[in-house]
Design a binder for this molecule. Sequence first.
Ligand code: IMP
Length: 430
Amino acid sequence: MSNVAVIGSQWGDEGKGKIVDWLSEKADVVIRFQGGHNAGHTLVVNNVTYKLKLLPSGIVRKNKISIIGNGVVIDPWALLDEIKQLEKQGIKITNKNLYIAENATLILPLHKELDGIREDSKNTDKIGTTRRGIGPAYEDKVGRRAIRVMDLANKDNLSKRIDMLLFHHNSIRKSLGKKKIDKKKIIRDLEKISKNILKYSKPVWKKIEEFKKKRKKLLFEGAQGILLDIDHGTYPFVTSSNTVAGSAFAGTGCGPGTINYVLGIVKAYTTRVGEGPFPTELKNEIGNKIGIRGKEFGTVTNRKRRCGWFDAVLVKQSCFISGINGIALTKIDVLDQIKDIYVCVGYKLGRKKIDYLPSALKDQFRVRPIYKRFNGWMKTTKGIKKWKDLPENAKKYVSFIKRYCGVKISSISTSPKREDTILLENPLKK
Ligand code: IMP
C-alpha cells in the first residue's frame, strides 16, 4: 500500500471524515501534522459515533498507532477531555497507541482568550476564527517563545519559558487594559496535567522512520483546507498553519519521498465558514437549499456554513499547490434536485479575464465568476456505487471537473455512509 496524505482542497469541511475513516482502516499509523482542535470530524464505526478534534482518526480502531506531529498546536486540556470522552465510549488510549511529538507547541488559556479578544475587537478585521487560540499559539511558536510539550518535563526550564512568554503577553494585555497573567497559576495548572500529557510524548520523527523501515502503512491526515493555508489561502482570512500537503513533512519530521499519493478531498459544491472572500457564494434560495440538503453546519462551532457553486478555478489551483494525485469528490447527492448547476471556470477582474485567484485580498473580493452551466440530473444519486449507474448529466459534471482540473477522480461519495462510494482509483494501491 502507498503512504497517503488526505488533504482538504477547498475551505475545509469537504467530508474528509468518511474518506479518512475508510483509509485508516487499512493504515497502520495515522498522523496529524498541522492545525489543532479547530478541526473536527465525526466518525461512525460499527454504528457508534465518535467526535474527533485533535486525535487522529486511527484512534478509534484497534491495533493502529495514532501520532500527533510537531506541526500541530495542542491544547492539553482539550486533548485530555477528548481522550476522556473516547475512553467513556470504550476506546483504549495508552502510550502504546498514541504518540505526541515532544516538540509540539501547546495552546494555553491565554491564547484562547487573546483569540476571542481580537475577534470581538472593533479595531481588527474579524476573521471568524474558531476561537480556540490556534492563531496566537502559532504566533508564539514562530516568535520562539512558545511552551512545547517537553518543556513540561523540567520545572526550572518551564519557569524560564513562561517568563519569556509572559513578558510578551503581559505587555499586550496591559495595552488592552486586561489583567496581568499570573505566572504561578499557569505553572500550577500545567503541573496538574503534565504527567498525563508527557506519558504520550516521543520523538515522533524517529518513530516514523522506524515505521517506514518496517514498511508500515502511513496515513497523513490533513485538517482544514488548502484555501485556508497561511501562505496560499485567502490571507488574512485563513487559519495559521500550512494546510497544503507539503506541510506533512515539516509537521512530522519525515522527508518528501515518504508520501506516494496525495488525495485531495473536494466537495461537489463550495462552502466556507467564517469571513473572507468567496467568489461563487450564493446568498439566495439555492444557497440555502444546498446548505439544508448538505447539512452545512460546523462540527466544531455549529456555525452555518456559507454555500456556493463549485469553483473549478480554485480547485485546480489547490491541485497544483498541493500536488494532488487524485480527487475524492464528495456530496454529489446534495445537488440531485437542482435544475441548473453552475461551475466557475474563470474570473473577470475589471475588464481582464483571469484563470486563477490573485493574492491581493482586494482583488479576491473584486473578482466576478465566469460560469459554465450544466443541466442538473434531477434524479437521486444517493447510494450509487458504480459509475455506470450515475445519471448521464452527473457523469458530465464529474468528467468536466476531472478535465478542467487535470486530475483523476479517485472516488465519488454518494451519501454519508461509508459503503455509498464509487471507487474509480484506489489510492492505497498506487
Ligand atoms: P482558526 O483556525 O480558528 O484560527 O480560524 C481561522 C479560519 O479558519 C476561520 O475562517 C475558521 O472558520 C476556519 N477554520 C478553522 N478550522 C476549520 C475547519 O476545520 N473547517 C473549516 N474551517 C475552519
